[in-house]
Design a protein around this ligand. Structure first.
Ligand SMILES: [Zn+2]
Ligand SMILES: [Zn+2]
Length: 114
């Protein structure tokens, strides 16, 4: 038994149901569909809700997602950073958000204001 199957899209033999090329393409498509379903970046309400959920879980000891230093006591310095920038199609999903210092987030620079 070789365990090889033809790719569903192009027929090339591989170990998965699709060749690596089409497997990657499928994942990308699925990721995009999911972002759309969950409102994606066009849903500021989702951003507000998830942002609040993340910040509510934070303590002064929570590390900043950008510099790795603790967030510190000044809550006004706490913000939420998009791991995949919104300009690169990053979503407002919880998995794409992380706590960060406001100063770190704005110095990252490529962010579009929400
Ligand atoms: Zn293929
Ligand atoms: Zn930081």
């Amino acid at each position: 038994m070789s365990g090889l199957r033809p790719c569903l899209d192009c027929g090339r033999l591989s170990r998965a149901s699709r060749c690596p090329t089409h497997q990657a393409e499928l994942l990308r498509r699925r990721e995009r569909a999911r972002a759309r379903e969950s409102g994606g970046k066009r849903n500021p309400q989702q951003y507000r809700v998830n942002r609040r959920r993340i910040l509510d879980d934070c303590t002064p000891a929570t590390p900043c997602g950008i510099c790795g230093e603790p967030l510190g006591r000044n809550r006004r310095q706490w913000t939420v950073d998009h791991i995949v920038a919104r300009s690169l199609d990053g979503s407002h999903d919880l998995e794409n958000l992380r706590p960060a210092h406001r100063s770190c987030n704005s110095s990252r620079g490529r962010g579009v204001k929400s």
